[in-house]
Design a protein around this ligand. Sequence first.
Ligand SMILES: [Zn+2]
Length: 131
Amino acid sequence: MSVVRPMMNRDSQFFWDGTAVGELRIPKCNACGALRFPPGPACQSCEAYDRGYQVAAGTGTVYSYVVHRHPPVPGKELPIVIAIIDLDEGVRMVGEVVGPAAEEIEIGTRLRIDYHRIDDDLTLPVWRTDS
Ligand SMILES: [Zn+2]
């Protein structure tokens, strides 16, 4: 299967190690406890480099979304639904919503994470409506 592979580097490896074992890992500053997305080298709150992560519950609410019908995306069957999700932990992340109810989401729809294993190196987080 051909997919658009996300960028993986030293700063995001922990995230992909997490999805591979079914964990949604949110970057967390060990100095001040701030949670944040996207991952970066230094804390945006206190500028510390002492960084860990917290495993999120994997539930959240649709903050905003777009149904992508055109142009084509390599390895994807259109339409795809991309949402900005407010995690219950209070941080916001972008994710793809899949499943039969994906096109029916609205702002405020409850979502639950699922994991789509591509191969040994890549497991993508996806979201489904939580019903
Ligand atoms: Zn901090």
